[in-house]
Design a protein around this ligand. Structure first.
Ligand SMILES: Cc1cc2nc3c(=O)[nH]c(=O)nc-3n(C[C@H](O)[C@H](O)[C@H](O)COP(=O)(O)O)c2cc1C
Ligand code: SF4
Length: 429
């Protein structure tokens, strides 16, 4: 853990509301005979192609770890967790964190992709398809974030790495370990097809395995996987390539990539933009979902809003809980919430990339969805707003002025240690 090194970059100026109004005015002023797409962008509630599949709309439920797989297998709770937003109108729901190996889980109660899990996953995908939505599996390896104590398997990182939450060291991954992790992603993607998924989302963010290799702060290797960005990006690119080769064009392949870690010395935006360009050139992705922050060092950079230090600490035993209470404000550094809070960074990716992009972070209402479309993003992903109200999209479709009940308190975050739910609305329970 390198919490002391955590320094947030300056907040960009918020121009979201003004920009939207200006763009709508611009759209209304557009020559109606023009064949160019209008600056207002497509209707987010109309069907859209995502690689080989077509979604009924452009709205994706972002992965929010469900904590509904106590035996690392699908349960009725997990099915309900996804059935609700599917019935609530989402284009595609994402099953959070389907680890590619037992040691790739953040904790031992997470599902990992193996033949034994297929019948349950098949029941899950059938249920979601029955509601008219598509379903994606987020596949990944947690790397230095993995808890070897509860996983009962060794954690892997670019360098030997101490995880203070598990009080264990992650092992420095060898070339053979890296090959195994890439092969495990390919295998997980094949199993996802067998289980009826429409897409896989490769986790390249939050300082998990691939992201920790990208990070100049964590990756201090001197071999072919360390040093230059080209070397540090090999795991991310190789993993995506391996997944595409495994699935061909049978399902869509997305990746969730950090635009920046929000940490001094971590992945900066310019480097991430270059990685994204390489991923685009490699041609193995159908879309890129743009995220930020570090589960190891600066998680609130991803969330914004309230920092639930006390509630997080309550999930651990003393002396760790005392330590979290005392120094947690450093780890859970608080950032003010605003709608579309990752848009300023994501715009820079939109300007330099031609591949489909998914805007994430603080999208909660129709106005922000329209803004994302007007800014050229093909899809939006929504996490907390749909956790708080799985039926939100149906209501927005009927009444465009409907606002989300999510208060950005982030008290749902510590519930991932019991059963994930919104503490404000009680959903999805
Ligand atoms: C309770 C909870 C659990 C989450 N679990 C995951 C996860 O397993 N994988 C992941 O990539 N992101 C996870 N996230 C992050 C979300 O996918 C999303 O990036 C973040 O909440 C910001 O989007 P939002 O403003 O729409 O909520 C989680 C978020 C929450 C609130
Ligand atoms: S607990 Fe509910 S209201 Fe609070 S951030 Fe999470 S989803 Fe939103």
């Amino acid at each position: 853990m390198v919490a002391d090194g955590c320094v947030a970059p300056r907040e960009p100026k918020d121009a979201v509301a003004q920009t939207f109004t200006e763009r709508i005015a611009e759209a209304m002023a557009t020559d109606a005979t023009s064949t160019e797409p209008g600056p207002a962008g497509p209707d987010p509630f109309q069907p859209a192609k995502l690689g080989p599949i077509t979604l009924r709309n452009r709205i994706i439920k972002a992965a929010t770890f469900e904590a509904a797989t106590p035996d690392a297998l699908v349960t009725d709770d997990l099915i309900r967790y996804h059935r609700l937003p599917a019935a609530g109108g989402v284009g595609m729901t994402t099953v959070a964190y389907c680890a590619v190996s037992p040691g790739g889980r953040t904790d031992g109660w997470q599902l990992w992709m193996r033949p034994e899990a297929i019948p349950g996953l098949r029941k899950l995908t059938d249920t979601i398809h029955g509601e008219g939505a598509a379903i994606s599996a987020q596949i990944g390896h947690a790397g230095p974030v993995a808890n070897p104590r509860t996983n009962k398997a060794r954690a892997l990182a670019p360098v030997r790495f101490f995880n203070p939450l598990s009080m264990r060291f992650a092992k420095k991954a060898t070339r053979a370990d890296i090959d195994d992790v890439m092969a495990a992603h390919a295998n997980a993607a094949r199993l996802a097809i067998e289980a009826g998924f429409d897409a896989v989302e490769v986790h390249l963010g939050h300082n998990y395995f691939a992201s920790s290799f990208l990070s100049p702060l964590i990756n201090k290797r001197r071999d072919e996987f360390g040093g230059s960005l080209a070397n540090r990006a090999k795991v991310a690119r190789g993993t995506v390539q391996a997944v595409r080769e495994a699935v061909g064009s049978q399902i869509a392949v997305i990746a969730k990539l950090n635009m920046s870690d929000g940490v001094r010395g971590g992945i900066p935006l310019e480097e991430s933009l270059q990685t994204a360009k390489w991923l685009q050139e490699d041609g193995a992705l159908d879309a890129l979902e743009l995220t930020a922050g570090s589960s190891l060092v600066n998680p609130m950079y991803l969330f914004r809003g309230g920092a639930p230090v006390k509630e997080f600490a309550a999930n651990f035993k003393p002396p760790l809980s005392w330590g979290i209470r005392m120094s947690g404000h450093k780890f859970f550094r608080e950032y003010p919430y605003r709608e579309a809070y990752l848009l300023e960074q994501a715009r820079q990716f939109r300007a330099e990339l031609s591949m489909p992009l998914i805007l994430l972070g603080g999208i909660t209402n129709r106005e922000t969805m329209d803004l994302a479309m007007a800014e050229g993003f093909e899809f939006v992903a929504m996490g907390r707003a749909l956790l708080a109200e799985p039926d939100l999209l149906n209501r927005i479709q009927t009444d465009q002025t409907v606002k989300s009940a999510c208060t950005h308190c982030n008290l749902c975050m510590p519930t991932i240690y019991s059963q994930t739910h919104c503490v404000v609305t009680g959903k999805p329970n």
